[in-house]
Design a protein around this ligand. Structure first.
Ligand code: FE2
Length: 340
């Protein structure tokens, strides 16, 4: 159901605080995440080999994680370094350590074979810490399979019906897409020339509801759960005081369980950079927009139940993006299963 030989987001940098233990389930593995003595993030299996207590309920003593039940201690590589009341440490006294890198203000974890964990493979989301961009970010826990969230982002026609209060308008549902399937990615472009701005872009571009704009959405999907959308509007006839709006909607989906997903998101912009009000507007409005997706996706998952591979009754033209995305994902999961 999921890829393991890839970097996936485990947390925002600010969630992993020195001296604290963060419990997070990823691909149905329980992890405990913290910072070692050198400040670098560490991810270990959150299960003491002794009686299966959660290590995240234990204590950090410098670099050493001490189980909160019987005091067994583990180093950052997952090796048991102390068992109270005895000198012998059995060779099986260890927990799995997952490769971790911190980049773009995110903590990435590699759930697969550690020897394949090449930091050069971290997907590019440089907009999160590029000085020419300012990002408004957030997190939603979605009680739905991560592929439903991929589908949602690869078919933006839903904006017209789900997001009428922010980014939705008729042009999104009515405009066809151009789709390009590459080796490891799917690209989906939607160009909406000569339309009017929905409420979200009226605020950002200082536009009125009847001003004319060109709007675009250019999506790149990489399995398993990376969707970055280049979005924006160009005012036509440039009403006084109006501005071009360009952003990157960064969506990073990490499976929690077969029916739940960690959704890390950000809207990065390259205009009105020194206006904290715009940063806050984006955080609030993108967050509200994704609340609407959460509601829709969770009701969808309730209808699906715990069926791992639901077969939908019909397909429509707008499914092209989700269909190509799922096809590429399935081929990469199959390649991983073959060991290539
Ligand atoms: Fe949406």
């Amino acid at each position: 159901m999921w890829m393991r030989n890839c970097w996936q987001v485990a947390a925002f940098t600010h969630e992993v605080v020195g001296g604290q233990l963060l419990a997070r389930r990823i691909c149905d593995d329980a992890l405990v995440i913290y910072r070692g003595g050198d400040g670098k993030p560490v991810a270990l299996e959150d299960r003491c080999p002794h009686r299966f207590a959660q290590l995240s309920k234990g204590a950090l003593i410098g670099d050493v994680l001490r189980c909160g039940y019987h005091g067994l201690c583990f180093d950052t590589a997952g090796r048991c370094v102390k068992i109270p009341g005895q000198d012998q440490i059995p060779s099986k006294a260890r927990v799995r350590a997952y490769p971790v890198v911190e980049r773009y203000r995110l903590v990435w974890v590699w759930m697969g074979e550690p020897e394949r964990a090449d930091p050069a493979l971290v997907p590019d989301v440089h907009w999160l810490d590029d000085p020419d961009w300012v990002a408004s970010e957030g997190y939603h826990r979605i009680e739905a399979n991560y592929r439903l969230l991929n589908d949602n982002l690869l078919d933006l026609s839903h904006e017209t019906y789900v997001h009428t209060r922010t980014i939705g308008h008729e042009a999104v549902a009515e405009t066809p897409i151009a789709i390009e399937v590459g080796e490891g990615s799917v690209r989906i472009d939607k160009e909406m020339p000569g339309c009017t701005p929905p409420p979200f872009y009226q605020f950002l571009g200082r536009l009125k509801g009847n001003d004319r704009i060109d709007r675009w959405q250019r999506t790149v999907y990489q399995p398993p759960g990376y969707v970055v959308i280049d979005v924006g509007v160009e005012p036509l006839d440039a009403p006084p005081g109006s501005n071009r709006v360009e952003g990157r909607v960064i969506n990073l989906m990490t499976p929690e369980t077969p029916t739940s997903t960690h959704y890390f998101w950000a809207f990065a912009r390259n205009f009105r950079l020194d206006e904290p009000g715009v940063t806050e507007f984006l955080r609030a409005n993108v967050g509200r927009t994704f609340d609407e997706d959460k509601d829709m996706l969770e009701s969808q998952q309730r209808n699906i139940g715990d069926v791992a591979e639901p077969v939908f009754t019909i397909a429509v033209r707008a499914d092209a993006g989700p269909t190509q995305g799922r096809r590429l994902l399935a081929s990469q999961i199959a390649a991983e299963a073959r060991g290539s």
